[in-house]
Design a protein around this ligand. Structure first.
Ligand SMILES: C[S@@+](CC[C@H](N)C(=O)[O-])C[C@H]1O[C@@H](n2cnc3c(N)ncnc32)[C@H](O)[C@@H]1O
Length: 414
């Protein structure tokens, strides 16, 4: 019995592609569980695992990555509020949303806050939130959060929706909590959604990157079936290439990583043109095999690139849109042209870093984030992304330093 058997078990049980969480993670998780259960040999632990459902859950808890924060990828929440604004006047209409995986609750609660702030009455917001981790769901149910859940520069929402508990912790309002129902589910259990579920929007962000290809295709198929005809499917920035390769149409909302269900193509049956690997985003995933082919070839651009316009914001906006559509090379070219034409700026360098991170060029991403920070030392997003890159390459002290800097700046701006 060796670690490979446990990796196979995790793959078939929860879809985890062990290479996506970094070398040695599964082995360390198994060793940790063996210590916790005082079991000496791998064979004995294997037998216990197969015969004890509670131990199975413990091993799952030991390998999941619950990293999340409020308004993560803020553009997606802005896009959601804008897309459904026309329905707000129809008092009979409830908005139904799905957040999977919801982890410790920040994502579904952000959906609630974004819609409440957009003027939706709480009783017309219905959010179902699922995750495989009982530990994460238990934190979500308590809805009390510390500094790590509040990142980014604009924390005005915290004043509106939270009350301070002291010791740096904040309790979410009953109003926002009341919009969300949490459920435990493994997305691999095909029946986890009731057959009649139909959602106006599905948020499935930062899950597919941990899956092998079959599981990615299956998961997207299940979620697409739960989506209303005109619904929107939001994925993580590093997952847009997969959706494009499956034939989904980008909703063309800059940086929102939003897709529409293509009516002509039954999603679950669409063949994947060639093995799709999530671009190594960096942040959360330690070293994983890099794709052998350039991303641009696997995730063709939906939009042709025009010459970069003169206005700095216009060209960065275009680069964002291309990156959102998976056209990373073109997006990087525009950023480079922008930097040449307008000189260095923190925003352009930050976007360059994101693009390099999404294509697995971690060293170039790190370089770009450092340059952004040289120009603007309080650029919190660059600090956080740099911290995640440093974590991924094992520089825990460097990562801690960046997080401390980010939280100092957040403290000042919050
Ligand atoms: C990185 S978090 C993403 C949270 C949130 N969507 C976000 O983007 O901030 C990944 C979550 O996926 C959950 N997860 C992993 N495998 C799963 C599965 N097979 N079914 C349901 N949830 C799963 C983990 O428990 C973890 O909480």
């Amino acid at each position: 019995m060796d670690a490979a058997a446990f990796e196979r078990w995790l793959k078939s049980t929860m879809g985890l592609d062990a290479s996506s969480v970094g070398p040695g993670v599964v082995e360390r998780a198994v060793a940790g569980r063996m210590r916790a259960t005082a079991i000496a040999g791998m064979d004995a632990y294997w037998r216990r695992l197969l015969s004890h459902p509670l131990e199975q859950q413990e091993l799952i808890e030991a390998v999941v990555v619950p990293e999340t924060w409020f308004f993560r990828g803020v553009e997606a929440f802005d896009a959601l509020a804008r897309a459904f604004a026309p329905l707000r006047g129809d008092e009979s209409r409830t908005l139904r949303l799905l957040s999977l995986p919801c982890s410790t609750g920040e994502e579904p609660y952000t959906l609630a806050m974004a819609l409440l702030d957009a003027g939706w009455a709480p009783q017309r917001i219905r959010i179902d939130a699922f995750d495989i981790s009982e530990r994460a769901l238990s934190k979500a149910a308590h809805a009390a959060y510390g500094a790590n859940s509040f990142r980014g520069r604009d924390l005005a929402y915290r004043e509106r929706h939270f009350r301070a508990l002291g010791h740096g912790r904040w309790q979410l309002s009953e109003q926002a909590r009341g919009c969300v129902r949490f459920h435990r589910a493994n997305v691999l259990d095909i029946d986890f959604l009731p057959a009649q579920s139909t959602y106006d929007a599905v948020f499935c962000r930062n899950l597919l990157i941990y899956f092998d290809q079959d599981t990615q295709v299956r998961t997207v198929g299940v979620l697409a079936r739960a989506l209303a005809e005109d619904g929107l499917l939001f994925v993580g920035a590093a997952e847009t290439g997969l959706l494009l390769s499956l034939g989904y149409a980008s909703a063309q909302i800059p940086m929102a990583s939003a897709f529409r269900r293509q009516r002509s193509t039954p999603a679950a049956l669409t063949p994947v043109p060639e093995p799709w690997r999530a671009p190594a985003l960096a942040p959360l995933r330690a070293a994983r095999p890099r794709p052998a082919t350039p991303l641009a070839r696997r995730a063709p651009a939906a939009t042709a690139v025009a010459a970069a316009p003169n206005a700095p914001e216009a060209s960065l906006e275009q680069a964002r849109r291309l990156a959102d559509n998976g056209a990373f090379q073109q997006a990087a070219d525009i950023c480079e042209a922008h930097l040449r034409a307008h000189g260095p700026s923190a925003e352009a360098l930050y976007l360059t870093g994101l693009i390099h991170g999404a294509t697995g060029e971690d060293a170039r991403a790190e370089d770009a984030f450092r340059k952004a920070l040289y120009l603007q030392p309080d650029h919190t997003e660059s600090l956080m992304h740099l911290a995640l890159l440093l974590d991924a390459k094992g520089d825990a002290a460097g990562a801690r330093l960046m997080r401390q800097r980010a939280s100092r700046h957040r403290g000042r701006s919050g």
